[in-house]
Design a protein around this ligand. Structure first.
Ligand code: ADP
Length: 481
């Protein structure tokens, strides 16, 4: 085992530079957590993890702290594309930002135009690999995340001419299986990547980035143990389940951790009042602040239910809206913070029209309001149809906000019925109503409710536990050489 293991960590987004969703939380904290593991957790090796991100327009970085790390070009059909790489140090870790025309041509992190995204991320993936050659820093492990960076693994496996780079082992974390990147035949051929000639993957998948990443990976890591099982079944496998079952031996789920310093109700400046597990009544100050700001009835005894997240079919918002209709006889208030799917946003507006006194919507990304909702509301709803891991329910628990969730993926692995939250099985309003009624009954007994809150707040969702599991995967891949 080398004294130092070099890990190239590739992602489309990472905190604190740019965030769209949970991937940014993970890519922002896992590399640092890996770097700070004690030697006994890494087989005595130092983990030299380096993060590479596209230099999106939205990147937040002090320009003065950036310096140029490399300049080279990536070959594309019809000519070379110049690449400029800027570097910054984040908590002692080198972070590289790749820039070039396919990245600057696309104004947002993820574009509504899939072709623009495929071009951007294919270019990014290949430039990130080439960067390691330019720096003469050859990784032992290339760790990619989701479809955006999957082609780096495929390029490494299928056509990498440099033997020093080719010997790297590959890890692919799957945060969201259904987003595969679409048919990439055009970019594959434009960037000179050979089509896959292996029928272990279904024909349609042989040109899509995510399946090619799965095919190329030595280790496939879905972001929770339950999701790792689920994607091997027809209900969740998006037609890749037969292939994934052939990879069972290379597939294991690792739950995402939470950055417990960023998410800490004792120090969170966005809260009206900070608190810990021994000062739960203080939370009422945050609830009162929310009711005032959102012009809801100012009565902190009314259960306040919230949802925070992308407004997407995946998240089961329609199930929650219908369940709330079915619970009209009960006393509750409901706040939704998020944006996304227009039809679901319209459905949310209809809910607000039906319950004008007790429903509020905020269709935007709002970090501060999100934090106040975590720290002031009573119940956190996540009726997801599928949920690879889910961070929001872990944040909610850490803030004494009791989750009511569907028993799927990471929700099932992190929330425990009767101890930290309430679960329901079927993705239906009726099933959710049963869980909500159980929750409201317990909520009516403050002592019992505080039990749930404290249990949730004392759960250990910190990164070191998950980072150790990643380190042992790296270790086993490299010992197998
Ligand atoms: P996903 O990765 O599927 O989007 P997660 O639950 O894993 O969902 O992570 C979502 C993260 O993004 C959480 O940190 C959540 O607080 C945050 N988030 C999502 N939407 C919003 C929003 N509109 N305003 C503030 N924070 C948001």
């Amino acid at each position: 085992m080398p004294a130092k293991i070099k890990i190239l960590f590739l992602a489309a987004e990472a905190e604190p530079f740019v965030k769209i969703g949970g991937l940014a939380d993970v890519a922002g904290s896992l590399p640092l957590a890996l770097r700070s593991l004690p030697f006994e957790a890494t087989g005595g090796a130092m983990l030299d993890v380096r993060l590479v991100l596209p230099f999106h327009r939205a990147i937040r970085a002090e320009v003065a702290t950036l310096h140029q790390a490399a300049e080279f070009s990536v070959h594309r059909h019809g000519g070379n594309i110049p690449v400029q790489v800027l570097e910054i140090s984040s908590g002692g870790m080198p972070v590289y930002f790749i820039s070039g025309a396919p990245i600057s041509n696309s104004p947002t992190v993820y574009s509504p135009n899939p072709a623009l995204d495929r071009e951007k991320y294919a270019f990014f993936s290949l430039a990130a690999l080439e960067l390691t050659r330019q720096l003469d820093w050859y990784p032992d492990i290339v760790h990619a995340n989701d479809w955006h960076t999957a082609l780096a693994l495929y390029a490494l496996r299928s056509q990498q001419p440099d033997p020093q780079l080719r010997r790297a082992r590959t890890v692919f974390t799957v945060h969201n299986l259904p987003y595969m990147g679409g048919d990439g035949s055009d970019v594959l051929s434009a960037y000179g990547l050979m089509p896959l000639n292996d029928d272990s993957l279904p024909k349609w998948a042989q040109t899509q980035p995510l399946p090619l990443g799965l095919w190329s990976a030595d280790a496939i890591i879905p972001v929770s143990p339950t999701y790792a099982q689920e994607i091997q079944t027809p209900g969740f496998g998006c037609d890749l389940d037969p292939y994934l079952r052939t990879r069972t031996n290379n597939l294991s789920g690792i739950l995402n951790g939470l950055d417990i310093n960023t998410w800490n109700p004792e120090t969170d400046k966005a809260l009206a009042a900070c608190f810990n597990a021994n000062e739960l009544p203080v939370r009422a100050v945050n609830k009162a602040a929310l009711q005032k700001a959102l012009e809801l009835k100012d009565d902190t005894r009314i259960p306040l239910l919230v949802m925070i997240g992308r407004i997407d079919q995946q998240k089961g918002l329609d199930i929650a809206f219908e369940a709330l209709h079915l619970m009209a006889d009960k006393s509750w208030q409901f706040v939704l913070l998020g944006s996304g799917d227009r039809a679901l946003e319209d459905a949310a507006c209809r809910l607000q029209m039906d319950f004008p006194d007790r429903v509020r919507m905020a269709f935007r990304y709002d970090e501060a309001l999100g934090r106040l909702l975590y720290g002031g509301a009573d119940m956190f709803l996540m009726p997801s149809r599928y949920e690879p891991c889910g961070l929001a329910q872990m944040i909610a628990m850490r803030y004494g906000n009791v989750p009511v969730v569907r028993a799927t993926g990471g929700l099932k692995d992190t929330v425990e019925e009767g101890r930290t939250g309430f679960l329901f099985g079927e993705a239906s309003p009726g099933s959710m109503v049963e869980a909500l009624r159980r929750a409201l009954t317990v909520h009516a007994d403050p002592e019992k409710w505080q039990h749930y809150q404290r249990n949730g707040m004392r759960e250990d969702f910190s990164w070191p536990r998950s980072a150790r599991r990643y380190a042992s995967i790296y270790h086993s891949l490299l010992s197998g050489l």
